[in-house]
Design a protein around this ligand. Structure first.
Ligand code: HEM
Ligand code: HEM
Length: 178
């Protein structure tokens, strides 16, 4: 019988990845805390990239778990248009969760910044440094990062609407069991 809830692994990955998106996005504002030339600025981007790479690795695990064990059945009581909108939003979120770090990796390589993962190892640069290409890739990376905030914001509003207005199981099945 198909499950009606997400598995503990799926819940953990959903909420941990949510926190990582907020942290990695929030870190971009920390640059402003340091003067130009202060090594604190490099540390901010080192953390941004390390946590961003962790996020990408966890998204791959999450997609593998999703493909392997699927999702619970749609909650009854929502129109087929509502289900379609939810599935399209989830798909868009997965695409953004992969495209943002990939554009970030491209940006770091073009800027000739080492792709260090918390100082443990450094990934090989997938592209040769190219200053001229930086502004357009930077714009794409920033645009996609802003887009995930909008899409995830609407997605969160929909989840809260299900919980507080429809009083159905949608939010509860993504919450830890009590
Ligand atoms: C969900 C994950 C991520 C989010 C939400 C995110 C978001 C952002 C945002 C909002 C900016 C500021 C855009 C700007 O004005 O320059 C930025 C810059 C940047 N990000 Fe990310 N990013 C993510 C992951 C990554 C990853 C994985 C890497 C590389 C490994 C990366 C590398 C960079 C670089 C190099 C910059 C520009 C730094 C500079 O201008 O000197 N990002 N990111
Ligand atoms: C960066 C922020 C977020 C991202 C990237 C994200 C991503 C996703 C994705 C991809 C799914 C689909 C899971 C699957 O079936 O494979 C999902 C499901 C879900 N998310 Fe989020 N989410 C975010 C934030 C939130 C927030 C803030 C809430 C609650 C207020 C929330 C509530 C839910 C719920 C309840 C589900 C299950 C929906 C259902 O059963 O159809 N999410 N999320």
């Amino acid at each position: 019988m198909p499950s009606i809830r997400y598995s503990a692994t799926q819940k953990f990955l959903h909420w941990f990845i949510f926190l990582l998106v907020v942290l990695v996005y929030g870190l971009t504002y920390a640059e402003g805390l340091f003067e130009r030339g202060d090594p604190g600025r490099d540390t901010v981007w080192w953390l941004h990239m390390s946590f961003g790479l962790l996020l990408l690795a966890l998204v791959f695990v999450r997609v593998a778990v999703r493909v392997g064990s699927g999702a619970p059945e749609d909650v009854a009581g929502t129109s087929s248009l509502g289900h379609w909108a939810a599935h399209a939003t989830h798909f868009a979120l997965y695409v953004l969760l992969i495209a943002i770090p990939l554009s970030g990796i491209a940006l770091a390589a073009l800027r000739d910044m080492p792709l260090s993962f918390f100082g443990l190892f450094t990934l090989p640069a997938p592209l040769a440094p190219n200053r001229a290409a930086v502004p357009s890739v930077q714009e794409v990376h920033e645009l996609l990062a802003n887009l995930i905030l909008v899409v995830a914001g609407l997605h969160a509003l929909a989840a809260l609407w299900h919980h507080y207005v429809r009083h159905d199981e949608v939010l509860r099945r993504m919450m830890p069991e009590r």
